[in-house]
Ligand binder design. Sequence first.
Ligand code: UD1
Length: 404
Amino acid sequence: MSITQAVILAAGEGTRMHPLTYTRPKVMLPIANKPILEHLLIEMHKNGIKDFIFVVGYHDEQIRDYFRSGEKWQVNIQYRKQNKQLGTADALRMVEGLVAGNFLMANGDSIVSSEDINNLIQRTGNVLSIIEKQDVSGLGVIEARDNLIVRIHEKSERPASHLANAGLYLFTPDIFEAIEKTVKSPRGEFEITDSINLMINSGKPVAYMVITRWFDFSYPWDLLTANESMLTELRLSHERAEIEENVIMKGIVSIGKNTVVKSGSYIVGPVIIGGGCEIGPNCYIRPGSAIGDRCHIGASVEVKNSIIMAGSKVPHLNYVGDSIIGENCNLGAGTKIANLRIDKQIIRVAGIDTKRRKLGAIIGDKVETGINASINTGTLIGNNTLIGPGVLAHGVIPPGSKII
Ligand code: UD1
């Protein structure tokens, strides 16, 4: 029997994504101008998955408003609310009785490919997909024998292998029985990986399948990595935009409806620009940039490998490199963001090694800067912050700050 139902867990906040998740759930963060969750839905739908159950919680209204009943994607979406985020097993428990037979389950905060999903739904029984990774810290890791899982070790200090749980599963209804028996983990959560171990212990085999493409999002800079990669798959379209004379576009450039690209703008794809934006005159937009709807990228502005969310203005003499800017921000004339340390060392953010030599700022929503403000590499700026003229901003700046 073919699989047509998928459960997607999307109730969590994603605190490691602060400040970006103060105002939206992690699954709604944009990659190439589409929420992470939408990418996942599209990849599943390519395989004939039509019935979705989204388990929602934190800021669920945003997910419901965006996806509604799923009509736009020709799918059918039902919602179940998980009031307290008590863990992935508890989240799946919410849909008991709503799924019939075998079904797919995915963490809503990762992106997998339709090819891997296709391979998974050809299988029978309980199957967990895994990704081979050098660094498996913070993940579930499997111990396996003869193509079957012996045990999953969740967030182990000394991982048993490099085979990490990718959070994409094919389940039989047996999983619900195991969930009932699952107790709280040392992390204080009801974890689906514990339920799977219980299933294995009760004699029900759980197989695994290696997948090849996986974007997981732990920290804000993971969004940049996925964005850069996924932009290369864009289809070229700027028919509905107004492109003035003397605009140069190279590579894949996608521009939305009612966006005006003014003379002298130089855009090197892959780049996506949303609808209703004002671009240029005389700006330089470099590869890996995703600019949301209703943004303004003005004169003598350079944007490189960055995510700029809807309604933000980068209007005069600005440099934005390897950065994420939330919604409805405004950078004053001459505000620049550094993206490379002068000693070229790896950038750390709040003590965390980002493993990146190039990283600018992570800026929340409704942040405003004055003229000639400078923002150092790896700066995190909370929502509703004001950074005055000529200020050098650095470090972790809490929401609502006034730095003048
Ligand atoms: C989970 C897996 C881990 C795997 C990793 C892959 C568990 C216990 N661990 O860890 O083995 O390697 O994913 O990324 O599942 N969610 C809810 N309600 C909750 C808790 C989570 O809906 O109560 C949702 C989150 O919104 C998120 C997904 O479930 O979309 C994963 O949750 P998260 O807590 O991030 O799991 P990990 O710790 O990453």
